[in-house]
Every structure is written in C-alpha cells, then in structure tokens.
Write a protein that binds this ligand. Structure first.
Ligand code: XMP
Length: 519
C-alpha cells in the first residue's frame, strides 16, 4: 500500500485552526487534504476517501446564506466528523435544529461523557469528565433522527453526539487545539478507529512515492535546477530530487553576503562534499552590499535583494547549461486555499519568498516535491534522507537575511558586528540546550549608539537587541522567557567579545502586536 492510498478530506469553513486538524490527522499517520467548502474539486470523488471532517468556522448556521457542506458528504457511506460550525451543519443538513445563540461559549470547559463511544476511546469513560476547548456561538436544540448525545456540558447539553451506525459524529469543542489535552486521541480515534484508516502515511513511505513522482515528472532526460538557501525546505527538496535524478540536478547557492557566520561555507561543504551534488556557488556579496548602500526602507531592501537574487540565479543557471525544471521548496500551508470570514473563497498564498518572481523569469515548469507537506513533516523527511540534525532542526531564516536585522543603513562593518554578536548568542543558546525549544532566535544591530564605560574609558557604541520566540508557524509568536542568568551571561560575552557593541537589550514583544523580525 502506498502512503497516499487512503485519505481524509477536511472541508474548511474558515476556522483559524483548520490547519491544526490536518496536522493532527497526519500525526495519526493518515494523509489528508484541506479544501474550502465551496471549492472541493475532486475531494469527494478521488480514490481513497475514508472519512470527512467538517471544520469550524466564523459563520452562524442561522445566518442567511451561511455555508453548508454538499449534501453528498452524508451520502457517500464514509464516516463524517463535524467540529464546531461543522457540527452545526451536520445537524441542520440531517434534519435536526441548530440556531444562533446570544450566549457564546469560549474557553476551557468540561464535557461529561454520556456513553463509551468509539470516538472517546482512551479518553474519559462514560460518566467521567473530559477537559476540552469550547468556542461556539450556535446551539443545537434538536438532534437529527438516529443521533444520540455522547457528551454534554452545563452550557452545551449537545456538546458531542453520534449516529454510530452511519459513522456520523459531532463535537462542539475543538479537538485539534492543544487546549483540548486529549484532542489528538479523539482525532486519532476518528481516522484510525471509526474511518478505519491503516495509518501508513509515514515519511519513509512518502519519500519513495515522492522520488517516483519526481522521476515521472522529470522524465529520463530532464534536468532540474534548484536554489539552495541553507534552510530546511530547499535542502530537503534538493536531496530528495538528487536521490531521484542524481546528476541531472544542479543546485545554485547565491551568497548574498547577508548570511550568518559560517553558513555559506556549511552549505557548500554539505551539498558539494557530503552529498556530491552539482553545486554552483556564487559569492555575490559585494554586489548585494553595494546595491544596498544607503537603503533604509525595509521593503526596498527586500525588493533590491529579491531582484538581484533572480538576476544572479538566472545567470548562474544559464551558464550551467540551463535546465527544464525549476525546483521549489513550496510547503502545504502555502498552497492551501483558505476560506475568508465572509465565506468567499480567498486564495491565500503566503509569499514571504523574496524570489517569488523566479518561476516567471525562468519560464520553466516547477518541481515542488514538498507541496503536500507541513514543516514538521519536511523535517522528518529530512531525517529520512539522512540530513544531519543541525540542518533539519534549523530555525527559519528570512530570504533577505541580516539585511532586515540591521534597521537603517547597512555597511560591511555593521554586518560583521552583527554576525559576531549573533554567533555568540546562538552559541550560548546551544550550550544552554535551548535551541530546539525556541522557534527562532537572532540578534539585531540597532542604529542607536549609547554611552558606556569599559575599563577606565568611555565607549560610544551600538546597541544589540536579542530576539527569541516560540511559535508553531510564525503567524503568532510569544517571546521566549529566558532565565536572567542566561541573558546576563550572553550580554556579557557580546559586550566583551564584539567590538562596536556596548549594550544589549532583550526584546519581550509578542506577535501580534509585534512581528518576529524587526523590519
Ligand atoms: P514576521 O517578521 O513577519 O516573520 O513576523 C514571520 C516569519 O517570516 C520570516 N520572514 C521572512 N522570510 N523573507 C523571508 O523569506 C522575508 O522577507 C521575511 N520577513 C520575515 C521571519 O524570519 C519569520 O520566520
């Protein structure tokens, strides 16, 4: 059986956390896709459909024109799980009654189990309470025929219900969020137990499938060019494609001069020497630094870097003899079409990629072997491919690199100063064993000089800000609560060892309202 042989369809009604449902289902070893309720494509008809999950959403079933699932969903003979708004759709579409309510319920709640349901296997038994995260405005007043209550809370008498013979289940709470501590068990019960998926979606299986798919797409003669950034996605994509087509892959690494200390060397050593991948290394740092001279506006920095990157990449690719395909490390969150709060389809393509114009310019077909994966799956795939831990576990690093960590004008001297401080900071993080707990950490060199005293002398140097956040996807983030002794030790080292910095501050802004980067 292949990794994709069975699948769960998640119908999206626009909840903020629909992606989390997909992640939990994948963690249960089952492939799943998210499709907007009004653009299901072949979601209901393609082979392998084992179950359907209806997501939450911002609408109320009482609103005129509020979204519904296609009625066919309930006629296919596959189990269906409705979550929150999805549960309300299930109720109204199957002949029950649900309506908007003025009493909304948000936050932690306890559901008393009313049955030993297969949905709650390994969770609280009948009569016991289960902690859950509620977030709903609608209320069920009458269950559809054939349904029974399997869980209730004081505010939500129909918190969970089921039609066991048809495999239809509804929960008013969100099993996909961490605030429902055993929510992952519930989703696992649905996809593995109730929907009967074998759970063969592993990265080992995916790897073989992806290699076969690359070979088929590229053909026996096709050549692929792949930009390496030193980040996880492009590294994993490159190694995977190399396993598929060997020497017909050429990688291009453009050193923008905006990389961290030692990173450029690491990339070259790893791919050329360890993996024996054909690699063109362009040290274009002078070109980039000169072009950025005097530029202060962050967006102009981004655009300048993006434009130059495409020029350099294109030139290197052409010199190497060209290729038929351009590889990109696009991930699943970038391709999911999400539903907007108004119910209309809105294609959200998060494009932080500063090289977004590359495919148009290069006029090549794309090879995107990571298109169906989440970031954490890419890391596991990287491990499967034998990439070392320090590569697969890497913090994200923005395309414009250090350029957006030096607010104001960029100079070679400032870049060197920042690199030295950042190196010490990351070294201390690793020594303290914190690297993997933190989602992203970096130093910022501020365009502010302050007075200090060192030995008997006065100093007048730059301020360095340290940033560290926890996050799951970079969309929201909390600052990392370092112990004071860690901050003290790191600040001391930076001030003592780096010329040009005499003061260190720690950024305790979360996102929102801040962003992770300073620019
Ligand atoms: P912000 O600063 O928007 O960052 O909270 C969220 C995540 O995106 C990264 N980031 C970028 N990545 N090009 C990139 O490739 C960019 O221009 C860019 N700006 C921010 C940031 O490092 C964080 O991981």
């Amino acid at each position: 059986m292949t990794a994709h042989a069975e699948r769960i369809l998640i119908i999206d009604f626009g909840s903020q956390v629909t992606q989390l449902i997909a992640r939990r289902v994948r963690e249960a070893g089952v492939f799943c896709e998210i499709k907007p309720f009004n653009a299901l494509g072949d979601g209901l008809t393609a082979p392998g459909l084992k179950g359907i999950i209806l997501s939450g959403g911002p609408a109320s079933v009482g609103d005129e024109g509020s979204p519904r699932a296609p009625q066919q969903v309930f006629e296919l003979g596959v189990p269906v799980l409705g979550i929150c708004y999805g549960q309300m759709c299930m109720v109204t579409q199957l002949g029950g009654v649900a309506a908007g309510s003025t009493e909304r319920e948000f936050g932690r709640a306890f559901v008393t189990m009313k049955a030993n349901s297969p949905l709650f296997e390994g969770m609280a038994a009948s009569g016991e309470k289960e902690e859950v995260w509620m977030s709903h405005g609608d209320r069920v007043t009458e269950l559809p025929p054939g349904f029974e209550v399997i869980g209730s809370s004081p505010n939500a008498p129909f918190a969970a219900f089921a039609n066991v013979s048809q495999g239809f289940y509804g929960v008013m709470f969100h099993p996909e969020v961490v605030h429902t501590p055993r929510g992952a068990t519930l989703l696992n019960n649905f996809v593995r137990g109730i929907a009967g998926c074998a759970g063969q979606w592993t990265m080992a299986a995916y790897k073989d499938e992806a290699i076969a798919a690359i070979c088929q797409q590229v053909g026996p003669e096709g050549r692929v060019i792949c930009g390496l950034s030193g980040g996880v996605d492009s590294s994993v994509a490159a190694v995977l494609i190399h396993e598929a087509i060997g020497d017909r892959l050429t990688c291009v690494f453009v050193d923008t001069g905006m990389m961290r200390h030692g990173e450029a060397d690491e990339v070259v050593t790893m791919f050329r020497d360890t993996y024996n991948i054909k690699l063109i290394h362009r040290d274009a740092s002078d070109l980039f630094i000169d072009a950025l001279e005097g530029v202060e506006d962050p967006e102009v920095k981004r655009k300048t870097i993006g434009r130059l990157f495409i020029d350099v990449f294109d030139e290197a690719a052409t010199e190497s003899g060209g290729a038929d395909f351009l590889a990109q490390g696009t991930l699943y969150p970038d391709v999911i079409e999400s539903v907007s709060a108004t119910g209309g389809p809105s294609v959200t393509i998060k494009s932080h990629h500063n090289v977004g114009g590359l495919p148009e310019r290069m006029k090549m077909s794309l090879v995107e072997p990571l298109r169906s994966l989440f970031k954490d799956e890419v890391r596991v795939l990287g491990q499967e491919l034998g990439l070392p831990e320090n590569f697969v576990g890497r913090h994200p690093f923005p395309g414009p690199g250090l350029a957006i960590r030096i607010p104001g004008k960029i100079t070679r001297e400032k870049l060197n100063t920042l690199r030295a401080a950042d190196r010490i900071y990351l070294d201390e993080i690793r020594k303290a064993g914190l690297y993997d707990t933190i989602w992203q950490a970096f130093a910022v060199l501020l365009p502010v000089k302050t007075v200090g005293v060192m030995g008997d002398g006065r100093t007048y140097d730059h301020v360095c800000a340290l940033r560290a956040v926890t996050s799951t996807d970079g969309m929201t983030a909390d600052y990392y609560p370092y112990p004071h002794d860690f901050l003290g030790r790191t600040a001391n080292r930076i001030i003592n060892e780096v010329n040009g910095i005499n003061r260190v501050v720690y950024d305790i802004t979360s996102k929102p309202p801040g962003t992770i980067e300073w620019e």
